[in-house]
Design a protein around this ligand. Structure first.
Ligand SMILES: Nc1nc2c(c(=O)[nH]1)N(C=O)[C@@H](CNc1ccc(C(=O)N[C@@H](CCC(=O)O)C(=O)O)cc1)CN2
Ligand SMILES: Nc1ncnc2c1ncn2[C@@H]1O[C@H](COP(=O)(O)OP(=O)(O)OP(=O)(O)O)[C@@H](O)[C@H]1O
Length: 207
């Protein structure tokens, strides 16, 4: 009796998250090529204008997909600034986890099972997550509290949950402004963000 009540609450919560994903994914897919380009350029200026971020050397990024803000100009700008960049690779056997692999202009890429380009796995180039100083994460929706909703695979939540409690890695979401919502429905496993960068704002939640 009680368990079916809680199961029902859980099901409703998951439906809310799924509806929000569908709605916000539709919103960002509707941006024009011109809007996408302006957003990507503005994002580079915002990130390069953050001295605390730019003081870091080991930075994880990702290659955009599904209407996400285009990270390619940011990747070029950070490489030009001499940063060590890392891209996510779906873990070959720890299902639901990500590895972060060093990325340079000549690194070979291949599409993963979601069709997103990722480095061809080379274990010698994988960086342990706690050694990353900044992890820029993709997201579908975010709110003014720094809560994030992703594509629903739990990849970033699982991978970031491995960080020790006293870690110093800055977890920073990247998004279009239209991905902000009043409140993301939060689940216990959700990893909150330290900051979010959009073309229009830098939101800082934690030092
Ligand atoms: N650019 C980018 N890379 C990323 C992520 C991301 O969100 N963005 N991920 C972040 O974790 C991981 C991949 N996670 C993903 C999870 C689901 C789908 C996806 O497209 N799923 C289904 C159903 C989506 C739905 O409607 O719920 C689909 O094919 O439509 C894609 C990527 C690692 N790399
Ligand atoms: N630390 C964890 N350990 C085990 N399972 C987890 C963990 N974090 C998330 N999950 C599981 O992953 C699934 C998807 O989680 P969620 O909907 O929060 O993903 P998301 O944040 O949208 O995706 P992503 O992090 O890939 O962008 C959930 O069923 C959740 O139980």
């Amino acid at each position: 009796m009680f368990s079916s009540y809680f199961y029902c609450l859980y099901t409703v919560a998951m439906q809310n998250r799924q509806q929000l994903r569908t709605e916000i994914r539709r919103r960002r897919m509707a941006l024009t090529a011109n809007e996408q380009q302006q957003a990507a350029t503005a994002l580079v200026k915002r990130v390069l204008g953050q001295p605390t971020l730019m003081a870091q050397q080991h930075v994880a990024l990702y290659l955009s997909n599904d209407g996400e803000i285009n990270t390619a100009p940011l990747i070029q700008a950070l490489l030009a600034a001499g940063k060590n960049l890392y891209l996510p690779v779906l873990h070959p056997f720890a299902s639901g986890y990500l590895l972060f692999q060093h990325y340079q202009a000549q690194t070979p890429l291949q599409p993963n099972r979601f069709g997103i380009a990722e480095p061809v796995l080379n274990c010698a180039e994988v960086k342990p997550v706690p050694e990353l100083e900044v992890i820029f994460t993709p997201l579908v929706a975010f709110d003014s509290q720094g809560q994030r909703l992703g594509m629903g695979g739990g990849f970033y939540d699982r991978t970031l949950a491995q960080l020790p409690v006293n870690h110093t890695t800055a977890i920073v979401g990247l998004a279009h402004s239209c991905q902000q919502v009043a409140a993301v429905p939060v689940e216990p496993w959700d990893q909150p963000l330290d900051a979010i960068v959009t073309p229009d704002h830098y939101f800082q939640f934690r030092a």
